[in-house]
Design a protein. Structure first.
Length: 369
């Protein structure tokens, strides 16, 4: 009988885009891999990974006791029926309820991966504060059930430990989810200085800061500079509206491309990649930009700061500081020779720290597979 491994996810697209190489490595270790997801989106792509798939609906945002209990019980049922040798949950609810369900079903090897703390830990609204307090309690319960807790940056690890959410003895750090650099080709830079941001249109990703900085810089440099934005406008508490974005599009400040499965062609069009996020695990989009040989402007925030060696492959700016963001954008405009130099440094840093084979080898070792 072959060994079994269950991967619990909150979004099918992330399984195919971010976990495909890890799944392949787990399969090479002799495991049959089973994946859970909240719906059947991107199912054909997931099946190309050679896995079995179970749809287990979940309420991705907020805490609803009835739907969350239903999700927990469905996971427990799956674990009892499949009897996996090991499991891994990533993102908030798969981490919490996946670990609890696995413990209830007596799974021997329970792994949780904190891929970032997200909207709940960044937002300052009253609703977010209440949900944050509940999430902390649930994290304590869930992570107590886990054998190994994997973080994607040391800031998140230190925060979880200092807040008493998890014991240090079961904690590990890896360099994000890694990036398969073989899938990306370094291409030449455009003639016109072009800044590019790729992310969901969330306030916590720094989209407002990017748009406002773009307007200031565009007013000064006119047709000598271009700003691109690619990413979905989602139905989430943290999302901006299409109406908020439209004036920037109509005034010719932002070239907006909606969503795309082929992001590489957009990296090809840019000179510098920008992510003014408030907090990340390790931002995958930044790693993709680095593998394309692009310099980076991002924030001096958890997860983001680990992708930049200041002044070597890019610059860090304070969270929410539009003035500093404008300053670094203008530096690249005034010193275009640094774009190629810092782009090469980005590629080398990515190769050294974030290449997917190195990250997955660490994951396999931590999970004792």
């Amino acid at each position: 009988m072959s060994k079994k491994f269950i991967l619990v996810s909150n979004k099918n697209r992330t399984v195919y885009n971010f976990r495909g190489d890890l799944i392949a490595e787990i399969k090479r270790k002799g495991y049959e891999v089973i994946v859970t997801g909240p719906n059947t989106d991107n199912l054909e792509q997931i099946k190309t990974l050679g896995v079995r798939f179970y749809e287990i609906p979940m309420n991705k945002t907020g805490i609803n006791i009835f739907s969350d209990i239903k999700y927990l019980l469905a996971l427990r049922k799956l674990f009892k029926e499949e009897r996996p040798d090991a499991m891994l949950g990533y993102t908030v609810k798969p981490v919490i309820y996946g670990a609890i369900a696995a413990k209830m079903a007596r799974v021997a090897n329970i792994n949780s991966m904190i891929t970032g703390v997200g909207y709940l830990f960044v937002s300052k609204t009253m609703k977010a504060r209440i949900l944050r307090a509940l999430a902390r309690i649930l994290y304590i319960i869930g992570l107590k059930c886990a054998d190994h807790v994997i973080f994607q940056n040391r800031d998140d690890l230190d925060e979880f430990i200092s807040n008493g959410l998890v014991k240090r003895s079961k904690c590990h750090v890896v360099n994000g989810s890694g990036v398969n650099m073989a899938k990306y080709t370094v291409t030449s830079f455009p003639d016109r200085m072009t800044f590019f941001m790729l992310s969901r249109a969330l306030i916590s990703k720094g989209v407002r800061e990017y748009f406002k900085a773009a307007k200031i810089v565009k007013d000064r440099y006119r047709e000598n500079v271009r700003f691109m934005f690619l990413g979905a406008i989602e139905n989430m508490p943290d999302s901006i509206s299409k109406e908020e974005l439209e004036p920037y599009i109509e005034d010719g400040i932002i070239d907006y491309f909606g969503e795309s499965k082929n992001v590489s062609e957009y990296f090809d069009q840019c000179s510098v990649f920008v992510l003014p996020s408030y907090r990340e695990g390790t931002p995958r989009t930044v790693l993709e930009a680095m593998s394309k040989g692009r310099p980076i402007i991002t924030t001096d925030a958890p997860g983001c700061r680990s992708t930049v060696l200041e002044g070597q492959n890019g610059y860090l700016v304070p969270v929410g500081n539009i003035e500093k963001l404008v300053e670094k954008m203008e530096y690249f405009i005034e010193h275009p020779d640094f774009v190629e130099k810092m782009g090469r440094a980005s590629y080398e840093l990515c190769k050294d720290r974030f290449e997917v084979d190195k990250v997955n080898a660490a994951m396999i070792r931590i999970m004792n597979l």
